[in-house]
Design a protein around this ligand. Structure first.
Ligand code: KG4
Ligand code: ZN
Length: 338
């Protein structure tokens, strides 16, 4: 079964063709990052307009790359939540039009479920149940993936997402938006112990997380050095910050593995590209005999192939929408609104 999948929830317009949820036939992405960079973040109005300009051409490009005709598409999957609402609606409306014109089912996909499903593309053997850690620009959560479409959130951030903190700290260090990857590169060779960073505990919840205090501490340390005219060792500050993010993510994820008894961990989302986080999970899961799945860097960030992977399983579960489908800026990963 071939799904055409559409993703437009933030600043990447993407269309992919995916077979049976596991094989990527084409994965086309038009990134707007360079456009938003001059503003230091995504400008929603610009993002929506650029999605409108890019989406049709990307669909044609995907078909061409896969060597397929429109008639060979069996269903159309689309990210319908969460995201910048104007941006989400572009993809939703394109997918509705495509499904109607082709006379094929329309499959709504939650963006975070898509991130988790990037692991189905990376590892053909991966099957639920497993534990998932999603770390992206807008979300940080630990989910028990009981089945392909049955998830339970075990813990999540109470304030900022991990990616948001990487980007804010990077911005104060004058790195171009989105600064997570640049901060990661800068951290190489730094001394993570040089600038102590705080840890946080969410009272009464061992799996919930908080990043805003860490973000503020890192930014204050930078401003403090600037005010005193002190030369900051930027690689060490970045290394210390990355390590502190790991100190929040890793023990909680390991605890969730213990509590659920799951033997497989899938890490997903843009921040799953971080080298310190990847190394920490590789080491800790090996010690415990836990199988670790992490998508290649190309499938960590936003893409449509992951939406096609999850869309396949949503389709099998009968999660099909009609032409009244709407888009939503926020939605719990366990919810369904169609
Ligand atoms: O999943 P994603 O592409 O978009 C959302 O759904 O939010 O995640 C984007 C986030 C950005 O905050 C970006 O800075 C971060 O992922 N990111 C990284 C790295 N690569 C991307 N953060 C830390 N280290 C990286 N190597
Ligand atoms: Zn994302």
């Amino acid at each position: 079964m071939i799904l055409m999948a559409v993703e437009s929830s933030c600043d990447e317009t993407a269309v992919a063709l995916v077979e049976d949820g596991r094989t990527v036939l084409a994965d086309c992405i038009a990134s707007q990052v360079a456009l938003h960079r001059i503003y230091g973040g995504v400008v929603p109005e610009i993002a929506s307009r650029k999605h409108v300009e890019a989406v049709c051409g990307l669909a044609d490009q995907a078909l061409k790359e896969a060597g397929l005709r429109r008639a060979q598409i069996d269903a159309v999957a689309v990210t319908y939540a969460p995201g910048l609402i104007g941006a989400v609606l572009v993809g939703v409306n394109f997918a509705k039009g495509a499904a109607l014109a082709l006379g094929k089912p329309l499959v709504p996909v939650h963006h975070i479920r898509g991130h988790i499903a990037a692991n189905y593309l990376a590892d053909p053997e991966l099957k639920p149940p497993f534990l998932a850690l999603v770390v992206s620009g807008g979300h940080t959560l630990i989910a028990d993936v009981k089945d392909y479409t049955d998830l339970e959130i075990l813990g999540s951030t109470r304030d900022d997402a991990a990616g948001e903190c990487f980007d804010k700290v990077a911005r104060v260090l004058d790195m171009p938006y989105p600064g997570g990857a640049a901060l990661d590169r800068t951290a190489q060779g730094g001394d993570p112990e040089k600038y102590p960073m705080p840890d946080s505990v969410v009272a009464g919840s061992e799996l919930d997380m908080s990043f805003s205090g860490l973000k503020t501490a890192a930014i204050n340390r930078i401003h403090n050095a600037q005010q005193k005219g002190e030369e900051l060792d930027v690689p060490s500050l970045c290394a210390g910050f990355s390590k502190a993010v790991c100190r929040t993510l890793v023990p909680r994820t390991l605890r969730a593995l213990e509590l659920t008894g799951r033997k497989t961990l899938a890490v997903a989302g843009g921040v799953a590209a971080n080298s310190v986080i990847r190394a920490a999970f590789t080491e800790e899961t090996a010690k415990r005999g836990v199988k670790l799945c992490m998508p290649p860097l190309s499938l960590c960030g936003d893409n449509a192939a992951m939406i096609g992977a999850q869309g396949y399983y949503e389709y099998l579960a009968g999660n099909i929408a009609d032409q009244s489908l709407n888009g939503y800026a926020t939605m719990d990963v366990c919810d369904r609104r169609f």
